[in-house]
Design a protein around this ligand. Structure first.
Ligand code: AP5
Length: 188
């Protein structure tokens, strides 16, 4: 099973990714988590990504594409993977398609998490109080939402054209959203 989770910041991609990956025994690949780990351990990649992340801008495609292609080479991706937060631009989606076509392992589904912006703000503001993530300030949240609308939302049409897009109602409790997601996933 090869799955992509698509949705604005705060839609619950990371939360649901853990559950879906657990259910299907897939590696959960979160580009945001990989960048945050690199920032924390002060690697070169972390230094490159940090300024973009702090502003809520996207890290350049060339950096992200290389990082994901390397990750997909690892043995644990042999039976599938769940991508959380990648691709996020049309060039990233084209590159992922190229890499997967080359391996003869196309995507099975792209889950689009749908939710009102007011709820996203509320969730991220709550997380800022609990966890203090540096990109959860109101100015940066607003920019992340703008970046989603302008650079990532075009992927909805990209994947709809390929008949891969599945809508998931992302408001409601964590359990309810998991149930919605499970319903639209292809059967094993
Ligand atoms: P990333 O970490 O991917 O951030 P994001 O997409 O903004 O996602 P979030 O983690 O904010 O939201 P989420 O949808 O995962 O929701 P979550 O489950 O956490 O990326 C961070 C940065 O890295 C980017 O801005 C960019 O700079 C860079 N980057 C990453 N990927 C990139 C790429 N491909 N290209 C270029 N740059 C890239 O939930 C949010 C909160 O809500 C949590 O507190 C959670 O507990 C809570 N919550 C979840 N579900 C529910 C629910 N049902 N009800 C109530 N609360 C809930």
């Amino acid at each position: 099973m090869r799955i992509v989770l698509l949705g604005p910041p705060g839609a619950g991609k990371g939360t649901q990714a853990v559950r879906i990956a657990g259910e299907f025994g897939l590696p959960h690949i979160s580009t945001g988590d990989i960048f945050r780990e690199n920032v924390k351990s002060q690697t070169e990649l972390g230094a490159e990504a940090q300024a973009y992340m702090d502003r809520g801008d996207l890290v350049p495609d060339s950096v992200v594409n290389r990082m994901v292609a390397d990750r997909l080479e690892r043995a644990d991706c042999g039976h599938g993977f769940l991508l959380d937060g990648y691709p996020r631009t049309v060039p990233q989606a084209e590159e992922l398609e190229r890499v997967l076509d080359e391996r003869g392992t196309p995507l099975d589904a792209v889950l689009r998490f749908e939710i009102e912006e007011d709820e996203l703000f509320a969730r991220l503001t709550r997380r800022a109080e609990l966890e203090g993530r540096t990109d959860d300030t109101s100015t940066v949240i607003a920019n992340r939402l703008h970046v989603y609308r302008t650079q990532t939302a075009p992927l909805e049409a990209f994947y709809a054209q390929r008949d891969l897009l599945r809508d998931v109602e992302a408001a409601g409790s964590v359990d309810e959203v998991t149930a919605h997601a499970m319903k639209v996933l292809p059967s094993r």
